[in-house]
Design a protein around this ligand. Sequence first.
Ligand code: SAJ
Length: 409
Amino acid sequence: MSELINVIGLGYIGLPTALMMAAKGLKVTGTDYDAQKVQNLQRGNLTFKEAGLEELYQKACRNGIEFTQEYKEADFYIIAVPTPFNKKSKKVVADYLVQATENVAGKCRKESVIVVESTVSPGTIDRYVRPIIDRVNREQNKAVHISHAPERIIPGRMIEELVHNNRTIGADSLEIAAKVKEIYMSFCEGDIALTDIKTAEMSKVVENAYRDINIAYANELVKICNEADIDVYELIRITNKHPRVNVLTPGPGVGGHCISVDPWFLVGDYPGLANIILAARKINDSMPEYVLSRISEIMEEKGIEDVGRVGIYGITYKENVDDIRESPTLQLLECMKKHLARGIKLYDPFVKVDVAENQYHDFETFIAGIDMLVLMVAHDEIKGKYGQIRHLTILDTRNVFQGDGIFKL
Ligand code: SAJ
């Protein structure tokens, strides 16, 4: 295929996607408005860690991928820019998407196809992207098409999932959807379902809300079991023997830029209808506060008076990634501020920059200064270090360690 693909937004989704397409021999240019990011990528410095990303980068470079701040005249555009939500109205903020579409509209060819990969609430493309494209088609006598191909890859297994996950492609006609499918088939070995744009938009948000609801169920159970003095993990192990039951794992909260954000789109757009979805969000958002109450209880039981002698292990939103967006630990720190509890120590082997006060970058020094460890993230790194922490009071929110005296949620 000699057509040019311009991937807009070289973040967690855009970068692996651009690299994958280039590695498979497609002609790709990656565009980002962040000069520093572009420079880093041009110089071979990857902007985040992910299994297999480095190898993919090398292959894409050998195949001639380019990184630039410019928007190219291309046949296909893949837009993978952030779509945050307004914390008050709970609605999607489409500013980056609108800006990217405007920039692309100024460059596109007569029959370019613009594929939005960013997660959006149903109707966003009609509301924000379509008017721009309609205007360009009218004013410049073009026939530019829109498509939506929501990403589904999970941090930690992005590259593998990019290849093996099934996908959804929405477009205004089957012909355009099939054209987009051809691009994705260069690397995607999963089934690719073709549908309309609005259904594709809805499918993505529904998938993440589904997972949020299921995690909320596990988190609600942990609170009930604590009250009922039942081991929730034993309970879940048993209930999951039922052929149609699969309770997920309770944890200290739900972080990341997907599951803790996307369900709000439905709550914002369908107030009064999105009831389970709202309840799940509230339950998952309540977990850091719950962890804080467990910390206080345990400190009291163990006679630990100074919160400065408590250390949090893990700042990222989940294990073995370096992404801290909306992480339960950051949510916990916010709760602590509210309660004027300061001085807690922190450590995360994946987080090299300082994101909080009293953050340590050396595990031994961190451990030396605490009497109680709160394990918030189950990085593989901690699993081999039990010998170094066994003398401490441990609150293990991820059920990593077994044994007497270890506190759980
Ligand atoms: N978590 C639990 N208990 C569980 C599972 C997860 O507490 O049993 C927590 C995690 O620790 C984390 C949060 O939930 O804080 C979310 O983690 P995750 O691993 O469930 O999902 P994400 O956010 O990394 O990726 C999700 C995926 N969506 C679904 O599985 C439906 C991924 O496929 C999407 O591509 C991604 O969101 C996205 O970008 O939308």
